[in-house]
Design a protein around this ligand. Sequence first.
Ligand code: PLP
Length: 404
Amino acid sequence: MQINSDFLRLPGGYLFSEINRRVAAYTTDHPDVKLIKLGIGDVTRPLPEAVLSAMHRAVNEMGRRETFRGYGPEQGYEFLRRAIVFHDYLSRGVKLDVDEVFVSDGAKSDCGNIVDLFGQNNIIALSDPIYPVYLDSNIMSGRAGEYDNRTGRWSNLVYMPCSAENGYIPEEPRCKVDLIYMCFPNNPTGATITCSRLKQWVDYANANDSVILYDSAYEAFIDQEDIPHSIFEIEGAKSCAIEFRSFSKTAGFTGVRCAYTVIPKQLQRGGISLNAMWNRRQCTKFNGVSYVTQRGAEAVYSPEGKRQVRANLCYYKKNAKMITDGLKRAGLTVSGGANSPYIWCKVPRGMASWEFFDCLLNRANVVTTPGAGFGLSGEGHIRLSAFGDTAETEEAVERIVSVL
Ligand code: PLP
């Protein structure tokens, strides 16, 4: 019997476990201090009323013989897929067929599971810093290649550093790469990409036969006109991209669980449809999302649902602005925070990101996320999240300003 030894090569200690360890140690030593958490990107606003009502109705349906539902379609119920196609895509000029949308329990699950579609020896381009799931899922499944102890790098991976110099937008690699992970609005940097810049990436992918894995879990935070919500707004993307979306941050579904992935039928490699492959994969390994949850997600697109979701997003966006303005007032260099719930902040000169994390924890009693946890290029930064309570966020900002 052999275990999958690739698990042994995963980067040690998950970022948030280390944060929790340090926070727990501080709390043990200072039981009376009230910490404010601007670290983890979980939402705090309750579910919109329209979603709740729809879920209650669906629960009642499940309790009656005539309306009870058992196993649902693995790809998602047609009512939700139709709502997604209409409200999220057609409204922005993108035409999709219903069977190009696959409803799931999370963008995390889909971003991690999508590796099933690809061979073991692709060259994979990853932005650095990055949402850790893209990297870890390739390592776990043996797709990252050989590990170099000296450099700490994997042979199948091409890292694309994102920094203030390139506006936190990755540059096309000089070599040919097969898979490209992109996330906009970005976690952790809060950066967004314009239509014209994304078009260059789409052209690169089509010219090189690469596939772009585009994570737009935070698209609902986009306000600016020239920033695309979907990669499929870009001409040519249907032949080279897969898109991941989520109700988590849009509508407070982090605990309810619902997301979706779009794989256009045009996306073929070697004459094989990736849409058909994913369909086969989901039918075998995935049971679909519960009926009650999908009725809740459908309600996000109702007129009241849209209004209530907008109000929650407004709440978080105000927090983002408050954090951005406060940190600037404290003399820090910040980016993100507009069209995004994340604020990416340069740590004061001479400090490492974990050092600044500890400084804010100990002196301001505010919990943040050290940039180094997202990759080598994240060093020298911390990430703050706008998903907290407004009064607490305000207090956290005041504390940081007075400490600095
Ligand atoms: N993608 C990115 C970039 C994220 O930051 C997150 C969550 O933090 C997810 C996906 C996860 O989304 P979901 O809750 O739908 O699994």
